[in-house]
Structure formats: C-alpha cells, structure tokens
Design a protein. Sequence first.
Length: 438
Amino acid sequence: MTKTARPSKLVDTRIILCGDNLEQLPKIPNESVDLIYIDPPFNSNRNYEVFWGEAREKRSFEDRHASTQAYLDFMRPRCVELHRVLRPEGSFFFHCDWHASHYVKVMLDQIFGESHFRNEIVWCYTGPGSPGIKQFLRKHDVIFWYSKSSTKWTFNADAVRIPHHEKTKANYKPGLEGSGFMEADHVIHESGKVPEDWWNIAIAPRSKQEYLGYPTQKPLKLLDRIVRAASNENDIVLDAFCGCGTALRAAQDTNRQWIGIDISPTACRVMAKRLRDECGLPENEKLWLSGRGFIVRDLPWTEEKLRKIPPFEFENWAVIALGGIPNKAQVGDMGIDGRIYPISSMPQSSGKAAGELDFMDVWYPVQVKQMDKVGRPDIDKFEAAMMRERRTKGFFIAFDFTSEALREIDQFFRREHRIIIPLTVREILEDSLAKKLV
Ligand SMILES: C[S@@+](CC[C@H](N)C(=O)[O-])C[C@H]1O[C@@H](n2cnc3c(N)ncnc32)[C@H](O)[C@@H]1O
C-alpha cells in the first residue's frame, strides 16, 4: 500500500517541476519548506554532462578558476532563493565535492550565517583505482548542513542511530548517552550511537537494482539518513536539482511531502517512472487533487507538439535532448544532423575554448527524421554517412522504425562492426533514454 501524507496548505507537494530552478523557485512561498537537499552538477549548463558521465575531471579545456567563479555565480542566487523558501526551523543540505567545496562553504556562510552551520558531512566511498595515478584517489563528497535558525532545528537522533557492536555492548553498560566516559563505566545509549560526520556508504552500484542508469545518482541510504535526521513525518522536502529523484524517493518512503525541480525533461521522466515503479505512487492529476498520487508540471514537449514543429526545430530539439550539438548548416547536412562529443574524448589540455569542439575527432553522428516509419533506405543513407566519416557509433532519432530498418541496423553491425542506436521520440521523452545512453 502506498502511504500518503497530508497535502500541504501552503504549497503544492508531491510534484515534479520541470524547469530552471531559478524560474521555478519564485513560485514557492516564503518559509514553506522544512528540508532542502541539493546536489548541483559542477558545470550545470551542460546537458550532456548529465548523460555522458563524469565530465568533471576532463574539462581542463576551461580554466579552473573561471569555472569555479561561474559555478558560484550560478549557485548564489539559487541559494538565496532556497534560503527564502526554508521554514524558520528548517535545514539546508548542499552536496558538492573538492572542485568547489571550500568556496561553497564561504558562500553559504554569507547567505545563512556562520553560526547556522551545523555539519560538514563527508560521504566516503570506494571505487576502482587508476593505473599510474600520482596522488590519492578522490573518493569522498562533502555535504554542508546549515539550519535557518542558529538555535532551533530538527535533529532526530533516534531515527539514525547505528547499533553498537556486540563487543562494545559487552564492555559498556546501557544508560543515557554522554553521561560517562571511562571504559567499563562508560554509559551508552541502548539503541545505538548517533553517527559521526563521516559516512561510509557504498555508491549506488551499477550491478544493483537501485541503479537507474543515471550517472550522478546518489545512494538511497545517504538520502534516507538526511531525510530521517533532519525532518519529521509530513514535513516538506525540496530537492531543486533532483536528477533521478533519490531525495524524493527517500521522502516518499518516510512519509514526507516532497517537491522536485529539474531542468532536464528526461530527468523528470526518469524520476516519475521511479516514483511509479518503486513507490507505487500513481502519476495522475485527479488522484493528486484528491490527496493521492503525484504530477509532473511544465514539461516543455509532448509527442503531439513535436510532430507539429518545423523540421529544423525538431532536429535541434532531438540533438540537444541527446546532449549533442546540432549542425550549424541547415541544408546539405550529408546525412548528419548533429554530433555528440562523449566526455571521455575531451582533450586534457587542448587550450581550446568551448565552441571550438570541431577539433576533436571522437564524436558520434546523429541523424534525425521527423517521421513515423523510418525505413531501410533511410538507414542505408545513414550507414553511408557513417562509413564516409569513419564513425563507429551513431544515433538515429525518429517517431518509429520499420522492422526492415531495425534488421538492417543489426546486419550493419554484423558486417561492419559499427553500431547504430535507434531512438524513438517517446524514449527520449519518457524513461528509457538514460539507460540506453550509458
Ligand atoms: C548531480 S544531478 C542530481 C542527482 C540526484 N541527486 C540523484 O540522486 O539522482 C544534478 C541535476 O541538476 C539538474 N540541473 C542542472 N541545472 C539545473 C537548473 N538550473 N535547474 C534545475 N535543475 C538543474 C540536472 O539536470 C541534473 O539532473
């Protein structure tokens, strides 16, 4: 059974808003939200970063300082808005890493006040090493916790206690925590101890069911601890950069109200599917109005709208939706409408500015057809373009493909060992895109 918490009178909840949070946040009233968690991408105006994995280390074509400053300039007005919507006793969690954490702390001290700083939580995890690396592996993130008030905030110690080891229990006698310190006389809380400010939690593993194919997905266990510790049942949890919706899932699981904002329509669809599949929550306006279910608002495109827009606009939409760059020339595209530059191909120090990406040779062609039945001749043309450009992988976007077209894609792979990935508009709008791209 799906649990439903009471709807808020102040603000619409159980809602995903698609759009830039700087435009969506002004719709949320002052002091209406109890807990905010954000996990913004370091370089947030790059859609493809979301889909093509950890771009961060590879972005050396941009000056580090300039990009840190750009990041802070981007984040500051958003954090000011988030501070505004936070209730007087509410809490704010900012998830970041070594790229900008020190600068973020200074910025948040200015917005919230130094005495409102509660914790610097270090989330530690492990992962594979890199051969030849000349420094320690960077395997932790930082989560800054600020409370809106400097004196009063929610902290549910009992909801997050970690059970004591049997050995510890044998040595210590139960009682009230903190009232003793000598071994054998030390009194400890029976139901476990409050966790330290460093958390050892495994990253959402690709092999496990929890992994949705979204590269920046955070583990549910991490969000569950934050939500349980810093909010109560029925409280409103807001994630303004919510990706595939881990914070929303944690809020729903623990019977909180929630609001999610994300600029990527694909992310919004991925998380809607997650809430439906994993929480059994119906996506239905009528049920939502009657206090059950959830809705997604402000999605920019529907399949119906996309059928009607001019072809070049459609091509742009499709290529950008994949994180690619549309061809500048609108005629004579020779069978290629756009290019995707996988992040792994970014040169370490080419000295090229963004916009000079043409110099890179690793790119995947994208072909777009605003039609229903892409047939074998269309695929043949794209294959010719891929052979001419010596590309090993390409994307073909349309409303639908005939079975002959799909068979030809298969044969092309057998013949030439080159991959064409057919993508339907529905897949881009709906849920399966992220999985197909990783
Ligand atoms: C690092 S991901 C968040 C991952 C999330 N914590 C999870 O576990 O799935 C950051 C998200 O912020 C979104 N984003 C970037 N800029 C945004 C903006 N201006 N407004 C709203 N969302 C934005 C991206 O589309 C991306 O999905």
